[in-house]
Design a binder for this molecule. Sequence first.
Ligand SMILES: C[S@@+](CC[C@H](N)C(=O)[O-])C[C@H]1O[C@@H](n2cnc3c(N)ncnc32)[C@H](O)[C@@H]1O
Length: 389
Amino acid sequence: MPENTSTNLMIAKTVSGLEPILKAELDAIGALNAEVMNRSVSFEGDKACMYRANYLCSTALRILLPVHVFEINAQEDLYREIKEFPWEDHLDSDSTLAIDAVISYTVFTNSQFVAQKAKDAIVDRFREKFGKRPSVDLDNPTLRINVHLFKDTCTVSLDSSGQSLHKRGYRKQTGIAPLNEVLAAGLIRLSGWDKKKPLLDPMCGSGTILIEAAMLASGMPSGYFRSDYGFFKWKDFDQALWEKVKSEAGALVKAPEDFRIVGFDKSVMSLKRAVENVGFAGLDRAIYLKRAAFEDSIPPSAEGIIIMNPPYDERIELDDSVEFYKMIGNVLKRKYSGYKAWVISSDLEAIKFIGLKPSKKYKVFNGPLECRFLGFDLYEGKKSITFAD
Ligand SMILES: C[S@@+](CC[C@H](N)C(=O)[O-])C[C@H]1O[C@@H](n2cnc3c(N)ncnc32)[C@H](O)[C@@H]1O
């Protein structure tokens, strides 16, 4: 990005199923011409917009800045095109780089091989021009580069985020099956929570849904606790502009209402992790935590919204997943009338045994796991209905 005010095309990556939510977030920060694509949203914006997208878009995994797009007809085209690009505008011989490659329907069959070829092309260019080459640092490079090959089009982008944006910086403790922060933020937004009604996660684990909800309610930027972004090491990093983006967003942060957000978990260890994470985020006054099994729980208010991520019988094994999901349905029906409940699960068979007809359903991915995110209206005296897919 040579000029602060020039407008560039960018790509925000996200989790499958959250594209429209991310588009709305990008529209809200002033991004232009945002368009939903597969697991990503394209948009246009200037440098401030790129900083804001990284800092504020809770459902973005990465913000990529395409710098070179070309056609690939044969494997040699990749090396030649990448070598011809003026990488010295972005990197020095003594800096470090990392390459992520993503391929589909192309002449290449191995993404590692593509990353290797792209790396060779860049370092060969430096060696020939300057007699010295940048080295590879996969964890903390000066520049992270994304090579995306789709059919015969190769898009080479600079990764402005560096580490994935789901690494918010507040989660010091995780359990066996923590929810990705970006997915948690997306689920809260998909649920349509108004940021005011009491929100309960009765199987809260390390507290991800609760913390993301409290951050959303208080207008806290998703990057509030994060200390590093890829663009910090870019040659054109504008510290003053970054400080301005942060202070403008910081001015909108308000204290969330006390104890409108509640978490239960039956496991002592899980609750301990949640307490630590909530404490680290400074959200103790916003989030009330209690050790309780869902089946024995007492609703914290007469109405509200439940968002829960029960075990799927994958990373956390269940003795009998059908009985477990039946229990969830029974407790919702018996104790939580007046609430709207949302459940995410990849156990597509067992989830039917909740025994309520969902009023809304979304397909989302939790890592590689295809999940359903189902919304149930729990009116007073609601009759149970067998769920039909
Ligand atoms: C998939 S994990 C939740 C992960 C959480 N969303 C996070 O990001 O860390 C499921 C949680 O449900 C809890 N759990 C299992 N059965 C429960 C029950 N009957 N009542 C309350 N919590 C339960 C487990 O202890 C575990 O922490």
